[in-house]
Design a protein around this ligand. Structure first.
Ligand code: SF4
Ligand code: SF4
Length: 382
């Protein structure tokens, strides 16, 4: 490993708490809302097992305590159990973020033996037909349900994640009923974040305000019903940025507590950031410590010196950090702009225009662009 950065830790910047290990961009599914990069066909290189061990050692030495294994589908890595075992030895709290494809009872047991703390499985819909259309696989839904049951039977605390969009949000009542029947401990009802493939399909995914309000009311009814039943299943409803008046506090601030290592070793402040027009360092060139404290990329949007008006004079700048840099770039072409999701942004009209564009979009779920290698080649640079 070459080491060209001089490390200074006197900036007041604390250590990273979270490491998201994106082990691979390979995945058996083709979700049109996937946040993976459009040019993933050109990014097939993956760190070896030993390199991931080294990344985990470095991250733990820096102070990280939470480790998420994600992708793509992390289960396609045959060394996942070894990686989990090493993470456990290092003292990480580990979470597997999976579609459930590639899981079976034997693998659940092997992951448990390796010390995995937590499994989060994604569901696409309440019924097989919509789920198949969204994921591009007719068999995935039944497999996911079987694996959710197996995970619960193995005694894991289970979070189910459902990405909501206009083609499944009207099923929310049935989706929550299904999650309750599966025995989930918590359900993330996460309105689609519009990055990567989701941004490409944005007009065909964004729900209407009426759909969103109905879904929030359904969630509230279910909270009351679950409380009356004495069933402890937490429901987390994540509102889409495109209907919020203020942006989300993206990643708790740029380079504040969170780092992602992409499959090829590129280190990012969030999993979407490689779309930005900047060069991100890799673990093959620099230590994580140097990248975290010293790299231009991680320092670029820390603090508030970089903020333009209206953020720089706004009392909320230490709460939301000016919103999301990726969303600012995707919508305005300027990663340093105020997130247009903020109603105070001079670019907020772009959000309103996107809602209008979505309202006029009549595509069925079958007509969205699936996330796969074939489609990705269109977006790969020569
Ligand atoms: S969102 Fe779908 S396609 Fe993307 S990584 Fe997850 S399961 Fe695979
Ligand atoms: S102006 Fe900037 S700091 Fe203020 S609420 Fe909007 S995004 Fe947040």
């Amino acid at each position: 490993m070459s080491e060209k950065m001089n490390i200074r830790r006197d900036s007041g910047q604390g250590a990273p708490l979270w490491l998201l290990a994106e082990l691979t961009y390979r995945c058996p599914l083709q979700c049109a809302y996937c946040s993976n990069p459009l040019d993933l066909a050109a990014r097939q290189e993956e760190l070896s097992t030993e390199e991931w061990f080294d990344v985990m050692h470095q991250a733990r030495a820096l102070g990280a305590v939470q480790l998420g294994f994600s992708g793509g589908e992390p289960l396609v890595r045959r060394d996942l159990e070894a990686l989990v075992g090493e993470a456990r030895r290092l003292g990480f709290y580990t979470n597997l973020i999976t579609s459930g494809l590639g899981l079976d009872e034997a693998r659940i047991e092997a992951l448990r033996a390796a010390g995995l703390d937590h499994i989060q499985i994604s569901l696409q819909a309440a019924d097989a037909e919509v789920a198949a259309a969204v994921a591009g696989s007719p068999k995935a839904h039944a497999r996911k349900l079987a694996m959710a049951r197996a995970v619960k039977a193995a005694g894991y605390p289970m979070v189910l994640n459902v990405v909501l969009h206009r083609h499944n949000i009207d099923q929310l009542d049935a989706i929550i009923a299904l999650c309750a029947e599966l025995g989930a401990d918590a359900v993330e009802l996460a309105n689609c974040q519009l990055y990567g493939w989701a941004h490409l399909n944005r007009a065909g995914l964004l729900p209407s305000r009426e759909q969103l309000e109905a879904a929030e009311a359904t969630t509230e009814r279910w909270r009351e019903r679950l409380a009356a039943r004495g069933q402890d299943m937490r429901l987390l409803f994540v509102v889409p940025d495109y209907y919020a008046e203020r942006p989300k506090a993206c990643m708790g601030g740029w380079g504040a507590i969170f780092m992602t290592v992409a499959p090829d070793g590129t280190v990012l402040p969030c999993h979407s950031a490689r779309i930005l027009p900047m060069r991100f360092p890799t673990v093959r060139e620099h230590s994580l410590e140097a990248i975290w404290y010293q790299s231009t990329a991680f320092n670029r949007y820390r603090g508030d010196d970089w903020m333009p008006a209206p953020c720089r004079d706004c009392d909320e700048r230490h709460r939301d950090f000016g919103g999301c840099r990726c969303q600012a770039y995707l919508l305005t072409g300027d990663a340093g702009a105020t997130d247009p999701a903020c109603a105070l942004s001079p670019d907020h009209h772009l959000i309103l225009a996107a809602r209008e564009e979505a309202a006029a979009d009549t595509r069925s779920v079958h007509e969205l662009t699936p996330r796969n290698i074939h489609q990705s080649r269109v977006f790969c640079r020569e």
